[in-house]
Design a protein around this ligand. Structure first.
Ligand code: FAD
Length: 446
């Protein structure tokens, strides 16, 4: 089949699924990967620094929710596989669909320039080892969990500072035994790291500092992976479903204050909940303490907003990531404070030869989410789907933002929050049929 020439940036889960869909449609494409391997974040110790996996990391989403729809995780995998198993799974996905040969490894995109109409349109890519290359369409799948975001406080801290991005991987030879350690943040990584470092065998004194606090949800409920029970319905108002879980949460998993966390400044599901079975136990066993926000640094002393201060040898920022596109000129595409307006988290209005994949915080799972996005992108590239007008895209971006994030605490962490089940239903039942009708009309008009 003839069609546009397509460049994909990245071979993590987003770039892999995109490449598979493009191959399915028989489209001409090249996938550029700056690393020597697939998997991105899930390639522990990735030589290009794009993995934020730490040695002990297990997925928080159970394999039942994580699996790609057309490639289930192996039966013998545990409910919450280790990151090495996720990497093996992605390797076998690449092999099963023969994607590897379509990927140009160690050939990252250094710069992407959009060509004007007078230059024939499309994109000119400056690549790591094959010089300048030209394509009609660009698909961006470079991930958003690799550029660490640090807590910005006045003063200077003179102890060891690290980010969860670099916590216990082959690049961090630190000995974290017998130390006074402060962990900033209360997301999933912060909880994992706090649990690990507060184990009595390491003889550490560990404190966790949280600005907003968090609702903690267990990974198992009634003996089953808890996310097996999570399924939002597109037929009941989202606000009512939130109300229901807000009532249920304290009854099933208790309140954060019960085991020593500060009172959250939000209701359940107004911020990303943290999944951890062990965190409440560590806090409840006195191995771990929690404090509120930090006011300032002073040498090794940390001053907290409640007026207290303590000395620490190590501060670990588990404070999330920036959305960064180093290959774009900033005035063309950027995401200040993690805001980037994308139609269906895919299209940037005004740039009709560009698509994004994987730029969402999708609850409870990202893998089938990117699969769903790439299905739409491939249909678009094959001429079967057409996005709406720019004005309509802008209107729908506002509407979707209202639906998915208006109730959330307004932080860079939540700018691209959405619910997978509502999103998938919207794309499958409404957006693809509507886009196919638009494409058919455009075809008739042409
Ligand atoms: C600690 C941690 C735990 C997580 N746990 C879960 C979980 O339990 N469940 C869940 O659903 N999600 C989880 N996630 C989120 C999610 O699964 C990952 O962020 C996922 O890896 C996103 O895939 P991606 O392909 O979009 O990005 P990435 O995995 O980051 O892949 C991007 C790829 O692009 C390549 N690249 C980057 N720049 C360039 C360039 N200029 N040129 C060429 N190639 C480039 C990179 O090398 C990389 O291979 C977790 C994330 C983290 C950090």
């Amino acid at each position: 089949m003839s069609g546009p020439t397509v460049a994909v940036i990245g071979a993590g889960i987003s770039g892999l699924t995109m490449s598979k869909m493009l191959a399915d449609y028989g489209l001409e494409f090249a996938t550029f990967e700056s690393s020597d391997r697939v998997g991105g974040n899930w390639a522990f110790g990735n030589p290009n620094g794009h993995s934020s996996a730490y040695r002990s990391l297990h997925i928080d989403t159970s394999k039942h929710q994580l699996s790609f729809k057309d490639f289930p995780m192996p039966e013998e995998y545990p409910d919450f596989p280790h990151h090495t198993q996720v990497k093996e799974y992605l390797d076998s996905y690449a092999d099963a669909f023969d994607i590897r040969r379509r990927i140009e490894f160690e050939n990252g995109v250094l710069h992407a320039r959009r060509l004007g109409a007078d230059e024939g349109g499309g994109w000119e890519l400056e690549t790591q080892r094959t010089g300048t290359r030209r394509f009609d369409v660009l698909v961006v799948a470079n991930g958003h969990h690799w550029d660490p975001r640090f807590a910005d406080k006045p003063g200077e801290y003179t102890g060891l500072t690290m980010h969860s991005h670099a916590y216990i991987d082959p690049r961090t030879p630190y000995d974290l035994t017998g130390k006074r350690i402060l962990i900033i943040g209360l997301g999933n990584s912060a909880a994992d790291i706090a649990v690990e470092l507060s184990s009595k065998t390491l003889d550490n004194e560990v404190v966790i500092s949280t600005r907003s606090s968090a609702w903690i949800v267990p990974k198992y409920f009634a003996g089953k992976p808890a996310d097996k029970y999570y399924r939002t319905s597109p037929h009941i108002p989202f606000a009512w479903q939130r109300k229901f879980v807000q009532v249920m949460q304290p009854m099933t998993a208790g309140r954060p204050e019960d085991y020593g966390l500060p009172t959250p400044n939000h209701k359940f599901f107004e911020a990303h909940p943290t999944q951890s079975v062990e965190l409440p136990l560590r806090l409840g066993s006195g191995d771990l303490r929690a404090k509120g926000d930090i006011e300032r640094w002073d040498g090794r002393t940390v001053h907290f907003a409640d007026g207290t201060c303590e000395d620490f040898d190590v501060v670990i920022h588990a404070t999330g990531y920036n959305i960064t596109f180093p290959f774009f000129d900033e005035d063309l595409v950027s995401a200040p404070e993690n805001h980037i307006r994308l139609y269906k988290r895919i299209f940037k209005p005004g740039l009709e030869d560009l698509a994004f994949v994987g730029f969402a915080q999708s609850t409870p799972t990202l893998f089938p989410f990117v699969e769903c996005q790439t299905r739409l992108v491939a249909a678009w590239l094959a001429g079967r789907y057409e996005p709406p007008t720019e004005a309509e895209m802008e209107r729908v971006i506002d509407e979707d933002q209202q639906k998915y994030t208006a109730h959330m605490v307004q932080r860079p962490r939540h700018t691209q929050q959405l619910d997978f089940f509502l999103y998938e239903h919207d794309i499958r039942v409404k957006e693809i049929p509507a886009g196919m009708a638009r494409a058919a009309r455009a075809g008739v008009a042409r």
